[in-house]
Design a protein around this ligand. Structure first.
Ligand SMILES: Cc1cc2nc3c(=O)[nH]c(=O)nc-3n(C[C@H](O)[C@H](O)[C@H](O)COP(=O)(O)OP(=O)(O)OC[C@H]3O[C@@H](n4cnc5c(N)ncnc54)[C@H](O)[C@@H]3O)c2cc1C
Length: 495
């Protein structure tokens, strides 16, 4: 029942809120990202079938997927279609019985082939013969490895072959496969949702997948923190003021690195949980306006969270290795595996560059800055709850700078697109820093109220907010300075 924690009871799930499932998912991600990816795929695939699948498709696949008897593979990427899915060429040829013959090659398909489950349900993005060019001509199909008999049992092999397994930098426990569909013209798929609306269905999944990917960053940062903390408490090196040897955690610079890990993962976790809670509101609220407001906030926060959490996780794991010293560079401590595994998180589910363009153009410019203004107003409310605190004053200053950058550059109708694209990632990073500082400022306010219950824990929350605003928030200010800098060299350098 763990895979289906937040999936409907009628298909074997537990029907709990996403807000409950998210912390559980995070613990899984910390413990073994490579293995747990199959559970994330099952959750995402189920969401697609629930939202877009016919009753027949739901009845055929959902219970087996939610209960983990069958696994799911998402088959989008092709050799010539990665970030630009509109370029994909896998064909779906309509048959007289209403099914489609699927034919084409996909690459990098996570859990595309394995023998851990009786069947693998591939959700394949493909193009019908008369489909419009580009991303508006993509449709989504359910393509099982074994066709499903009337009684629900697995039947004939469906002409899906694994043509290779990648040798990767990390995630060695997760098979990343090249898959050939329909070599013998015998691969049958069924349409999910409407023709040519496959990308829309995938976007539903992508929002959740991007949230889940951001949580991978949080989970691996937490793992790195716990490992580095333990090592720093055991390793004796250097001396204290009394001349006695000390554990390295006594050195302020080691504390700084640990707090870097702790504050960022604490803040990002809070942001990730907030998005999960917003998904619950969007899905469950009876009030249409409330649900719509939640959807808009999710759409804005998702690229920020995915991009920033995964970029930060890569830096943070680097810090954890630094805490280990030379032992961080040898395999036996296990921290090197975290470094290898975390590297992919900024690439799949849309690279950071793609998240940044989505944020800047679709979520902010096309919206004429409405959602971002509402977010900034909410952050300002937190700042004003305790205007004398240093943490809030620093956050207030960055908000002012952000407002100026939005007016002068990001929302400026005459801004040059190439110039904006060149600063999209620094802009995403700035917003990531602001959102994390906001989360910590709010948690610090609550910590002040609850302090009497647990002086050490809540005192530490306040210290994390102070640390973040002193060490990390200035990085957001620096990124905002980059965003408005017209002479940044990007357009002038000849490669
Ligand atoms: C371990 C692993 C697991 C994966 N699992 C799956 C899976 O299960 N299913 C699946 O379908 N795919 C999967 N993928 C594929 C993954 O989603 C793609 O690798 C990713 O989307 C990037 O595509 P690409 O590799 O073709 O890179 P490219 O698209 O070639 O990008 C290369 C670089 O160019 C930049 N770039 C490209 N286009 C633009 C643009 N328009 N604007 C700005 N910058 C741009 C990118 O940001 C990046 O820095 C997986 C990949 C890996 C490595």
């Amino acid at each position: 029942g763990w895979i289906g924690l937040a999936l409907p009871e009628e298909y074997g799930g537990q029907g709990l809120p996403k807000y409950i499932a998210q912390p559980v998912n995070e613990m899984w991600l910390s413990s073994n990202l490579a293995f747990v990816m199959f559970a994330a795929l099952a959750q995402g695939g189920s969401e697609i079938l629930l939202k877009f699948g016919s009753d027949e498709l739901k009845a055929r696949y959902l219970t087996q997927i939610v209960t983990g008897e069958w696994t799911v593979a998402m088959a989008l990427t092709e050799p010539n279609a990665g970030s630009d899915l509109g370029a994909l060429t896998t064909k779906a040829i309509p048959q007289t019985d209403g099914t489609y013959q699927i034919k084409g090659q996909k690459i990098y398909i996570t859990y595309g082939e394995h023998d851990m489950a009786e069947n693998i349900v591939h959700l394949v993005l493909a193009r019908t013969p008369d489909a419009p060019a580009g991303s508006r001509g993509l449709s989504l199909f359910a393509v099982p490895k074994y066709r499903v008999n009337e009684d629900g049992s697995c039947g004939e092999f469906n002409d899906i072959r694994c043509t290779g397994i990648e040798h990767k930098t990390g995630l060695h426990g997760s098979p990343t496969c090249s898959i050939s569909y329909g070599d013998n013209d015998a691969c049958v798929g069924e349409l999910i949702g409407n023709l040519n609306q496959g990308l829309m269905a995938m976007f539903v999944l992508m929002n959740e997948a991007r949230l889940s990917c951001g949580m991978q960053g949080v989970g691996l940062s937490e793992l790195a923190f716990q490992k580095a903390l333990q090592y720093s408490q055991e390793r004796l090196q250097g001396a204290g003021s009394d001349g006695q040897r000390v554990a390295i955690i006594e050195h302020p610079d080691v504390k700084r690195m640990l707090l870097n890990l702790r504050s960022e993962s604490f803040a990002l976790r809070s942001l990730g949980y907030q998005i999960a809670a917003l998904i619950d509101v969007a899905e469950q609220s009876k009030d249409a306006e409330t649900a719509q407001a939640a959807e808009k906030r999710i759409a804005l926060l998702t690229p920020i969270f995915k991009g920033f959490a995964t970029e930060q996780a890569n830096e943070l794991v680097g810090d954890a290795i630094q805490v280990y010293g030379g032992m961080g560079f040898v395999e036996e401590t296990g921290i090197a595996q975290v470094m290898r595994d975390v590297r992919i998180t900024t690439i799949y589910e849309g690279t950071t560059g793609i998240q940044a363009k989505d944020l800047l153009h679709r979520k902010i410019r096309m919206d004429q800055g409405r959602c971002i203004s509402e977010l900034m107003a909410d952050i300002r409310d937190v700042v004003e709850k305790s205007p004398d605190s240093v943490v809030n004053q620093r956050l207030g200053q960055v908000l002012n700078q952000l407002a100026h950058v939005l007016d002068s550059t990001i929302l400026n109708p005459s801004a040059e697109l190439a110039q904006l694209d060149a600063v999209a990632v620094p802009f995403l990073n700035a917003l990531g820093g602001v959102c994390c500082a906001w989360q910590l400022a709010e948690l610090a306010l609550q910590a002040q109220v609850s302090k009497a219950q647990d002086e050490v824990f809540f005192g530490n929350v306040v210290a994390l907010a102070e640390f973040y605003s002193a060490y990390k928030l200035p990085q957001a200010q620096a990124a905002l300075t980059t965003v408005i800098e017209e002479q940044n060299g990007v357009g002038n350098y000849e490669f």
